[in-house]
Design a protein around this ligand. Sequence first.
Ligand SMILES: [Zn+2]
Length: 464
Amino acid sequence: MKVQFYGAARRVTGSKHLLTTNKGTKILLDCGLFQGIGTTELNSSFGFNPKEVDFVILSHAHIDHTGLLPKLVKDGFNGTVYCTHATKSLCEIMLMDSARIQESDVKRINKRRSKRGDELLEPLYQETDAQKAIDLMDTKGYHTKFEIEEGVNFSFYETGHILGSAGIYVEFQENNITKSLFFTGDIGRPNDKILREPEAFPQADFIISESTYGDKLHPPEADIRAHLLEVVKTTCVEKKGRLIIPAFSVDRTQELIYALDVLESEGKLPRIPVYIDSPLSVKATLVMRKHEEEFNPEILDYIKRDGDAFGFENLNYITKVDDSKAINSSKEPCIIISSSGMAEAGRIKHHIKNNCENANNTILIVGYCSPSSLGYQIKIKAPELRIFGDTFKLNANVEVMDSFSAHADYAEMISYLSCQDTSQVKKLFLVHGEIDRQTAFKARLEKVGFSNIEIPQHKESFTI
Ligand SMILES: [Zn+2]
């Protein structure tokens, strides 16, 4: 078998690893979009022929792991895409959303290009391509071996990273010897508020592991609910202001809703309206509700007692644009949770624009913000913000909660990999990380007994 790394090699995004069996069958693990500045070229061509790929197996629904699937289909892939049930449900909303973003981005760029008389660009893919990709999906539960061709089978193991996330265990027979490879996908954290913790996986001969936080330890777990309640009370009760929270639609938004739901059921939450103002977040919450099979015992127990972890009296889900605008015309104290998480796009930009100059308001940052994003400018408390071409003063209070992270830190990743007998692992590949973090992680893994650790370069290939 050959393994070749076509994405997330010495970088975090674009996850794509191509396995080629001795018979020539091609299995693509993930089909992620490269994200960030300077990735247009990387997204425009795969580096392999999509028509020759026989199967795709997805680790989870995040766009940096699935976002090029519609382009793969557009460029000729017509095989089966295997994923967990919840991953398909999330892809149904996230890939369609990604297609709409591709289309509207290109429309905006083309407006400028046509004024200059430049050649017009085409979107990477459209909604029809995303729908075709979804139609090719075949879902499988965890732990069940599924044979994709004679001598090659795979099974999923929970990684607790987002709803539906899985590590992929592939067994293949070559020259009458059975070998195994495990791809971690993204590794979640123990003590997730909604999902079960990452689970042990069977002994593997080869491992492809993520390494996002290869040199980082998360701060000790803070009491999220207590911190949130304190911010709500100070902002909305004492100062009669508004609390604005940019949050990723999937997972982060539901974690916040669940935290508020618990506070409300304990009678601690002040009686103020809470708005979830993002069509994608509303849809993602519906998907979450549908997949209780992924929930940990604590939240299931809570649902049994409370009836619903994502719904309480003052909680309002907003989808229509007019309703979103109406929130802005009223000045009542309230909590607004909206996407995108880095405040780069979506309705959150309007809410920040309308509320950032009032010192009674608070903007609460709960997730990672890349340095080029509006969210980052807020996080570092820049005195002025550029939004929709205008400048606004940042007078609102800024709070940061770092305790939310869907990625394991290095100690948690090492603990996750400790289910393996290191002497039996013939090679371990590190992907999904920046090179300095990967180098640090490699040294830590060697200390606990792993050897033959490779940090593959883009398009580098290995025979295993
Ligand atoms: Zn992920």
